[in-house]
Design a protein around this ligand. Sequence first.
Ligand SMILES: N[C@@H](CCC[C@H](N)C(=O)O)C(=O)O
Length: 269
Amino acid sequence: MRVPFIKMHGLGNDFVVLDARENALPALDTSRAAAIADRHEGIGCDQLILLEPSKSADFRMRIFNQDGSEVGACGNATRAVALLHGEEARIETAGGLLSASPSDGGASVDMGAPRFDWDAIPLAYPMDTLSMPVGWEMLEDPGAVNVGNPHVIFFVEDTDAVPLDRIGPDIENDPLFPERVNVNLATIESRSRIRLRVWERGAGLTRACGTGACATAVHAMRRKLVDSPVIVALPGGDLEIAWEPGGTIQMTGPATESFRGSFEWDDYA
Ligand SMILES: N[C@@H](CCC[C@H](N)C(=O)O)C(=O)O
């Protein structure tokens, strides 16, 4: 069976999108998702995105990391599928119901309300998520935010001076995070600009992480280090994030379709 796919990206965070809204696909499991996402043997991407019909929204978006794990949210992919859909959309995800409006070359997305309770992150045991009494090597005093997926955020002098490729996996897999975690390193450049690098759970270092930008901006606003809206500058480019306490997060930024192709489903068993 040949299956069409669309290659897209948001600021260099790249996706293989399978559109099963009209024509159903066989069940997608962890090992097939990982095989398709594999950059050496497969088509290759940071996240595999599966669009399906939804009873409660315009469509459902399922998100699989490069390691095949299915997760609740992906900010950059949400902008990409909004662009693909071409008009305002309500999108069902495992992390919640989102609404997105495509714009010229990108989209704005209401990413829902952030959660801060320790068991909503989730953490293994209770602690204050605004200032966590834990650390790894030179990284200390992080905060944690769940924006449909779990994030830990460290403020550092210089994001490039930290060996995130070495420390990221240790933090991602620390028993403090029972569902693993996305690791964000942020430098506050001004009250309107944050520099950010992200080690993504299940995908490693990526050029950009939309939910990482949302979680980091919200955490910096809770610590009163920046104002809303704020620009979050990632290696792949900039996102604008707006949030007021008690409200939902608005994320605005670009998305791009790269090419379309097809593959043999059984080649990726
Ligand atoms: N790249 C994404 C986040 C994808 C999911 C994440 N790795 C997780 O495991 O939660 C984004 O743009 O938000």
